[in-house]
Ligand binder design. Structure first.
Ligand code: NI
Length: 289
């Protein structure tokens, strides 16, 4: 990418990430960029961008009714629906940080946008991101950089982490209420929630967490929308199919968004997906360069 990074982690920050499994920064994207992102973001959610192809969904409901208010709507890979998101200081800084934390082969693996509407934004259950993985690979290494587009605190759903939890294996997860139609996952193993650390942030600040770090966000009971934009970066790995066993909680999932994705593929979406895969490979090679 053309945009250059504007920051680097100190040795102390890198060390803290290794020990705690997360990190907090006050500024990863400049104020004018955050304003620009907010306008893109609000347009994408107003349009429900990607709804027909399974990219837009409500993470905490059965997500079949378009007329009911969604309390945790998300858009996977929003950059596909807004190419102007490709060149941002946020992305340049994110990639630079990922290379510091993971190594020079780190590349942008995934991104998503999450909106918690004012007053009704639902909490996100405690989980480890790795529990969502379908293509499990032992030693999978990925980080997520979570940036709010307005200030966040515990009344609007800021991130909360369990320090050091990235050193555990993937714990047992289940669909909320054991309903496999719901996209979200909730950790059902025991852990000490009293050790959780909340991370309030200014707009354009961020938290960075490892894919295995336990985290959650509370509800948004504030009068403002809570917008978060997340970039994930990973190291390339070859899934080890000999040892790979899909997580049972993922095998039973039957979400409406997956069905919409399958229907879209049948209507020709598979060709669009193929082109996107090639483009992603090209981007990955550019990142490596
Ligand atoms: Ni998560």
């Amino acid at each position: 990418m053309k945009t250059k990074p504007t920051l680097a982690l100190s040795d102390e920050q890198t060390q803290r990430f290794k020990e705690q499994g997360y990190l907090q920064l006050e500024n990863i994207s400049p104020p004018e960029e955050v304003e620009f992102l907010k306008s893109v973001y609000d347009r994408l959610f107003a349009e429900k961008a990607g709804r027909r192809q399974g990219a837009y969904f409500d993470a905490v409901s059965i997500d079949e009714d378009d007329n009911k208010p969604h309390t945790s709507p998300q858009i996977l890979d929003p950059v596909l629906f807004a190419p102007e998101l490709k060149e941002t200081v946020f992305r340049a800084n994110g990639l630079a940080i990922a290379k510091q934390l993971l190594g020079s082969k780190a590349y942008g693996s995934f991104e998503h946008a999450i909106l918690k509407p004012p007053g009704i934004g639902a909490p996100t259950p405690w989980h480890q991101d790795e529990a969502f993985r379908l293509d499990y690979a032992p030693g999978y290494d990925e980080i997520s950089i979570w940036m709010p587009l307005q200030p966040v605190d515990t009344t609007s759903g800021c991130m909360e982490f369990l320090p050091g939890s990235h050193r555990q294996p993937v714990l047992r997860h289940a669909s909320p209420g054991n309903d496999p139609r719901i996209h979200a996952l909730a950790c059902v193993d025991d852990f000490d929630q009293t050790k959780a650390v909340a991370c309030p942030l200014p707009a354009g600040g961020c938290t960075i967490h490892h894919t295995r770090t336990l985290h959650h966000t509370g509800p948004n009971i504030s009068p403002n929308p809570r917008r978060a934009y997340i970039l994930a970066f990973a190291l390339p790995v070859k899934p080890d199919y000999k040892f790979a066993r899909p997580f049972p909680w993922n095998l039973e999932k039957q979400t409406a968004s997956e069905q919409r994705k399958r229907d879209w593929r049948k209507r020709g979406g598979f060709a669009v997906e193929f082109v996107r895969k090639i483009q992603k490979k090209v981007t990955k090679l550019t990142h490596d360069a």
